[in-house]
Design a protein. Structure first.
Length: 282
């Protein structure tokens, strides 16, 4: 890692439920490096000043969460393909020529699929939501060569626009939109890309079944309702906590240049330690 202390943080609103400082504290212990990670809750008018302040204070970069994942995209000088396609960014670093962005929602889901040795190629998927997290999930599924992805959202117009945008990126995947309520059919993959289970109570309107893969981008210390129900049904589960740790590990690599092998190792160790901490362990 870097010889000098790495400074970074999270920008968004609200941040009261964020576990990111805990995760980066664990990464610091695992790597033996000093990592300073702050939460900066900012209002709309304070977004750009907060970013400039972070640069002036020597931050390597920052994570972005609700409600600024899309807005920060317009400030980027360089962006990875997932950022461009999804229109949402999660990790930003201060490059020599300006801000550089990466979509860790999309990359984390791909890493989680690989971790489970799950092949999404040719599979059908339903993604709940039509915002940045849903777009990122759709991009990951298109990259993984899913056969069909349906976005189910209360705002069907937004879901339709998202489906059309991603169809241009992945012509071999059939992207479409549908209403929020449950429909007939049993997709291979279910993804919750809404705040349900984290910032809002409840879970998406679906009934997980044995053999499905259920992924949740929302997380809660005691576990989210959607993934709990999926586990009881015998589905294969990717929970929000695992994805959150993947996102942090990918951000750390983005800022500090860690080798891929180290990132995988640190992710697994950090996830285990975080679970113990949440459950009252060391």
């Amino acid at each position: 890692m870097q010889k000098t202390p790495l400074k970074a943080g999270l920008i968004g609103r609200p941040l009261s439920k964020s576990l990111s400082p805990d995760i980066f504290g664990i990464f610091a212990a695992l790597t033996g490096e000093r990592i300073s990670y702050e939460l900066r809750e900012v209002e709309q008018q304070g977004l750009r000043p907060a970013i400039e302040q972070a640069r002036a204070q020597g931050w390597a970069g920052f994570n972005v969460t609700l409600p600024y994942k899309k807005e920060v995209c317009s400030l980027l000088r360089l962006a990875d393909p997932a950022v461009k396609a999804a229109g949402a960014v999660n990790a930003v670093r201060f490059g020599r020529g300006g801000l550089e962005g990466m979509n860790t929602d999309a990359r984390a889901l791909l890493e989680a699929l690989q971790e489970l040795s799950y092949n999404a190629a040719g599979k059908s998927a339903v993604v709940f939501g039509a915002g940045g997290a849903a777009a990122s999930s759709g991009w990951a599924l298109g990259r993984a060569m899913a056969a069909a992805v349906v976005f189910r959202a209360r705002d069907k117009a937004a879901a339709s626009a998202l489906a059309a945008r991603l169809a241009d990126c992945f012509p071999d995947t059939a992207f479409s939109a549908a209403g929020w309520e449950a429909e007939k059919g049993e997709p291979d993959i279910l993804v919750n890309a809404t705040p349900l289970g984290m910032y809002e109570p409840g879970r998406p309107p679906c009934e997980p079944r044995r053999g499905q893969l259920c992924a949740d981008l929302a997380y809660a210390p005691a576990g989210a309702d959607f993934t709990a129900e999926a586990a009881r049904a015998g589905a294969l589960v990717i929970d929000g906590l695992s994805l959150l740790v993947w996102q942090a590990a990918l951000s750390l690599r983005f800022w500090a240049g860690l080798p891929t092998g180290d990132i995988v190792k640190f992710k697994r160790e950090a996830f285990s330690l975080l679970e113990k901490k949440i459950k009252g362990g060391s």
